[in-house]
Design a protein around this ligand. Structure first.
Ligand code: SAH
Length: 220
C-alpha cells in the first residue's frame, strides 16, 4: 500500500478548496470544518494526489466516482447533521462522504452495491478515528430495515424516484436528501422531511448530475 501522507501542500490546497466552497454558497461551518480537516487525497488513486483538491468529481474503482466536494458539502449542509445523528447513506463509493458525516459526529450506516468498492471498506483508514461508521454490502433501495429508524437518510446516486422502503425507514421529524431524476442526465436535489402525521414536506433545490442508483448488487 502506498504511504499516506498529509503534507503541507495538501493542507494548503484544502484551505483553498474550503474558500472556494464558501464562495459557492456553502455556509455551514461544521461542513466546512470537516472538509478542511479530511485528507481527500487519501480517498483517490495516488495519480490524482495533486489535483485531489480541485472542486470536481474523480473516477474511482468499478466505474464509479467520488462526488465533487461542492456536491458533498451541499448534500451534507441540507441534512443539518447534529452530533449523534443516526444516518443511513446509500452509495459508499470512496468513503469520502461517509467520513465527512462521521467527522461531524454522526453514526453512519452506509451501503454499497459494488463488491469491489465494498471490499475496500475493510481497510478503512479512519477506522480508529471513527468507530461510529458501519459498512454494508447490499442494495440501497432496500435500506437497512433491521436498523431503522434513521434520523437522516442520504442518497448519493441518481434515484429514479423516492424509494418507498427508504422513506419508511426515516424517523418522524427526520430528513432525507435525494437527487431525483428530471431527465436522463440531470437530477433535482430534494429534501423530504417526515411530518408528525407521517406525510412529507418536500423542498426542491439545485440540479446535479450523479451516477445512477441501480438495483441489486454485483457478484464481483
Ligand atoms: N458517496 C460516494 C459517492 C459515490 S458515487 C463518495 O463520496 O465517494 C455513488 C455510489 O453509489 C457508487 O459507488 C455506486 O456503486 C453506488 N450505488 C448505486 N446504486 C446503489 C444501490 N442501489 N445501493 C447501494 N449503492 C449504490
Amino acid at each position: 500500500m502506498r504511504k499516506l501522507e498529509d503534507a503541507y501542500l495538501h493542507k494548503g490546497l484544502r484551505k483553498q478548496l474550503v474558500a472556494q466552497l464558501k464562495e459557492k454558497g456553502i455556509t455551514d461551518n461544521q461542513v466546512l470544518e470537516a472538509i478542511g480537516a479530511i485528507p481527500r487525497h487519501f480517498f483517490l488513486d495516488s495519480a490524482f494526489d495533486k489535483i485531489a483538491y480541485e472542486d470536481r468529481a474523480f473516477p474511482i474503482a468499478a466505474n464509479q466516482t467520488i462526488s465533487q466536494p461542492y456536491t458533498v458539502a451541499y448534500q451534507t449542509q441540507l441534512l443539518q447533521i447534529k452530533q449523534g445523528d443516526k444516518v443511513l447513506e446509500i452509495g459508499t463509493g470512496s468513503m469520502y462522504q461517509t467520513t465527512v458525516l462521521a467527522a461531524m459526529g454522526a453514526e453512519v450506516y452506509t451501503i454499497e452495491r459494488q463488491k469491489q468498492l465494498f471490499e475496500k471498506t475493510s481497510k478503512y483508514i479512519f477506522r480508529a478515528n471513527y468507530p461510529n461508521v458501519f459498512f454494508y454490502f447490499g442494495d440501497g433501495f432496500e435500506g437497512l430495515p433491521q436498523l431503522a429508524p434513521f434520523d437522516k437518510i442520504l442518497i448519493t446516486a441518481a434515484a429514479p424516484e423516492v424509494p418507498e422502503m427508504l422513506w419508511q425507514q426515516l424517523k418522524i421529524g427526520g430528513m432525507m436528501v435525494i437527487p431525483v431524476d428530471e431527465s436522463e442526465t440531470v437530477q433535482r436535489m430534494l429534501r423530504l422531511t417526515k411530518k408528525k402525521d407521517g406525510t412529507e414536506k418536500i423542498e426542491s433545490f439545485d440540479e446535479f448530475s450523479f451516477v445512477p442508483m441501480l438495483t441489486g448488487k454485483t457478484k464481483s
